[in-house]
Write a protein that binds this ligand. Structure first.
Ligand code: NAP
Length: 261
């Protein structure tokens, strides 16, 4: 079958052919910024979080076709394997494909390992590492079937830089970097790229409670003299998912104003 014929039949099967992105944790912060960019780029976006937000509602209201933004309520700290598979299956049933997965949902966890309750440790590992693994596994199926796709793992500079009080968060993000490297080798031959994006500290709800003296210290240690913004990270994301980054896979790109250099 020629590529023209196969494209025509896919359009007939799924209606207007639009790229489909799955983004975990899209209700606010970086996730919301990534979704706004993907909608600007013409994607259909499917996201989930525990709570819907005013930001998502406003974004949907701004669309000529509100169906381009789908939200489900899902707690990624529960039965991740089943929940992730069900969510992706539902999206594939509605849209027929998944072109891009962004493993963005994450929770911070601060405290000494020796005194943090085991339930809090488990929850951080579930949301920050287990959920991305299961979500990726579920999205690979439609990507492999189409012979292409891209996975973006939102990591952190804590994956590569030790810091007291964030041992388990760091471990989970380092695990995510390992997933990026090894999976890139596994699925590269099938036309699927796997990349990571490791922001330094940027303004969001996750960092809103940061004490002022910590903020000043981080700013002082950042060569470019400020904390990051969602836009700083979204701009690099835009490059990584574009055709200009077509020969990049298995790498995690740091966006931290020079903090870790
Ligand atoms: P945020 O503002 O706290 O947003 C986190 C998102 O994840 C929200 O949509 C949240 O929605 C969702 N989420 C959290 N727990 C969830 C759960 N159990 N199930 C489903 N969804 C869940 O965080 P952010 O600062 O934008 O962070 C985004 C990513 O960047 C995270 O992976 C984070 O680790 C990483 N990062 C952040 C910074 C920073 O300085 N902010 C630095 C480096 C890396 P609900 O609460 O409604 O569930």
């Amino acid at each position: 079958m020629s590529s023209r014929t196969s494209r025509t039949s896919r359009v007939a099967e799924h209606g207007e052919e639009r790229r489909v992105a799955v983004v975990s944790g899209g209700s606010r912060g970086l996730g919301l910024g990534l979704i706004a960019h993907l909608l600007d780029e013409g994607y259909h976006v499917a996201t989930f979080s525990r709570t819907e937000s005013e930001g998502l509602t406003k974004l949907r209201a701004s669309l000529a076709d509100p169906d381009r933004l789908h939200w489900s309520q899902l707690d990624g700290a529960g039965d991740q394997a089943g929940a992730a598979a069900d969510f992706v299956r539902d999206i594939v049933r509605r849209r027929g494909r998944v072109d891009l997965l962004v493993n963005n949902a994450g929770i911070g966890l601060e405290g000494l390992l020796s005194t943090t309750p085991p339930t809090a440790l488990d929850r951080a590992l579930q949301v920050n590492l287990n959920l991305p693994v299961h979500l990726t596994r579920a999205c690979l199926k439609p990507m492999l079937a189409r012979g292409g796709g891209c996975v973006v793992n939102i990591s952190s500079i804590n994956a590569v830089r030790g810091q007291q009080g964030v041992a388990v968060y760091s471990a989970a993000k380092a695990g995510l970097d390992g997933l990026t490297r090894s999976l890139a080798k596994e699925v590269g031959p099938a036309g699927i790229r796997v990349v990571g994006l490791a922001p330094g500290y940027f303004d969001s709800e996750m960092t809103a409670g940061m004490p002022e003296d910590t903020r000043r210290r981080l700013t002082r240690r950042t060569p470019l003299g400020r904390l990051g913004t969602v836009d700083d990270v979204v701009d690099v994301f835009a490059f990584l998912i574009s055709d200009r980054a077509r020969f990049i896979t298995g790498q995690t790109i740091t966006v931290d104003g020079g903090y870790t250099c």
